[in-house]
Ligand binder design. Structure first.
Ligand code: PRT
Ligand code: ZN
Length: 283
C-alpha cells in the first residue's frame, strides 16, 4: 500500500483528486476522515495542510505527495520531485507600491519585505547582492504595505488581481510553480514498483495537457499542405474515404494556436474538421 499526502482543503485538493481519478484511481473524500483508501489501486490518501506535505514525505509519514513547487522550494525537504502535474500554476514574485519608481533589484536594498517564503527570498537576495529586511508573516501578505508592516511583498501571484486591488505592481518573478508529485527517498522495492505504475499513468494523463485530437477531410493533392499546417507527432494517420480523391487525416495538435491552424486548413479546402478532447496518451 502506497500512502499519498494530498492537501486537505484549498486550491490543490480538487485537482489532486481529479488527476488521480483520470489515472483510474478513485478516492472517496470524507471531510471528517484524515485517511481514506482508494477503491481500485493499493493507495491510501492522507489529507494534510500543504505546508506539511514536504516534511511528511521526507520523514516517511507518507510515501509520496502532491504539493506546489513553491512549498517544495521553501521547505527544502530531502525528497525527490518525480513529475510536474500541470495544475496549481502560479509564480512567486516581488511586488512594490504601484507608484514607486523601480529600475532594478537594488531598489530592495534597505527595504522591509513581507513574505511567507523567507528562505526562497533570502536566497534570491543573497544571489543578487541585496541587503534587505525579510519579515515573515503567515497570511494576508498583500496588505502588509498598506498597514505599514513592510514596504513591499514577496508572494504568490496568479492572475495579478490581488496585487492590483492592493495598489501593488509585480516587478520580479523569482520562481514559477505548479503542483508536482514528490516521493520519499529509499522507498522499499514493492512501493517503488507501485510508484512507477502511478507515474506511468500520470504521464499518460499529463501528456494530454494543452493538446487536442483533430480529424479532417482533405483532397489527396492537398495532404502535404495540410501536414505543414498540422505537424504530427510521428507519421500522420491517413484513412481513405469512399470518394477516392479524398482522405481523412488524424493528428494530435497543440490547443494554443488551434484556431489559427483551423483557418489555414479551411483556406486550403479542408472540410468536416472535428476537434476532440484527449484523455490519455501512451507513446
Ligand atoms: O490550508 P493550507 O495550508 O493547506 O492551504 P494554503 O492556504 O496555504 O494554500 P492554498 O490552498 O491557498 O494554495 C495551495 C497552493 O496552490 C499554493 O501553495 C500554490 O502552489 C498554489 N496556488 C496557485 C496558489 C495560487 N495559485 C494563488 N493564486 N496559492 C495561492 N494563491 C493566492 C495568493 O496567495 C494570493 O493571495 O491567491 C492570491 C493571488 O491570486 P491572484 O489570482 O489575484 O494573483
Ligand atoms: Zn499552506
Amino acid at each position: 500500500m502506497l500512502r499519498v499526502a494530498l492537501q486537505a482543503k484549498g486550491r490543490l485538493n480538487e485537482d489532486s483528486l481529479q488527476i488521480l481519478k483520470e489515472a483510474g484511481i478513485y478516492v472517496e473524500q470524507n471531510k471528517r476522515k484524515l485517511l481514506s483508501k482508494a477503491e481500485n489501486f493499493p493507495l491510501e490518501v492522507l489529507y494534510l495542510r500543504d505546508d506539511d506535505i514536504p516534511s511528511a514525505v521526507a520523514s516517511g509519514v507518507a510515501d509520496i505527495g502532491i504539493v506546489g513547487e513553491n512549498e517544495i522550494a521553501e521547505k527544502r525537504a530531502n525528497i525527490d520531485v518525480k513529475q510536474r502535474l500541470g495544475f496549481g500554476r502560479c509564480r512567486l514574485s516581488l511586488a512594490i507600491p504601484k507608484t514607486a519608481n523601480y529600475i532594478d533589484v537594488s531598489w530592495f536594498n534597505g527595504k522591509r519585505i513581507a513574505t511567507s517564503y523567507p528562505k526562497i527570498l533570502k536566497q534570491y537576495f543573497a544571489d543578487n547582492n541585496v541587503r534587505a529586511w525579510v519579515e515573515e508573516i503567515s497570511g494576508s501578505v498583500e496588505i502588509a504595505p498598506a498597514v505599514g508592516i513592510a514596504d513591499c511583498i514577496f508572494d504568490i501571484v496568479s492572475s495579478g488581481a490581488t496585487l492590483v486591488s492592493n495598489g501593488l505592481k509585480e516587478v520580479v518573478t523569482v520562481l514559477n510553480s505548479e503542483a508536482a508529485l514528490v516521493a520519499s527517498k529509499n522507498l522499499p522495492d514493492y512501493k517503488q514498483e507501485l510508484l512507477e505504475q502511478l507515474i506511468f499513468r500520470l504521464n499518460a494523463v499529463c501528456r494530454c495537457n494543452g493538446k487536442k485530437y483533430m480529424l479532417l477531410n482533405i483532397e489527396n493533392n492537398k495532404i502535404d499542405a495540410a501536414l505543414e499546417i498540422i505537424p504530427c507527432m510521428k507519421s500522420p494517420s491517413l484513412l481513405p474515404l469512399a470518394n477516392s480523391n479524398w482522405s481523412s487525416l488524424h493528428a494530435v495538435v497543440s490547443e494554443s494556436d488551434i484556431w489559427q491552424r483551423i483557418e489555414r486548413l479551411k483556406a486550403i479546402g479542408a472540410e468536416d474538421i472535428l476537434v476532440l478532447s484527449l484523455e490519455k496518451m501512451i507513446l
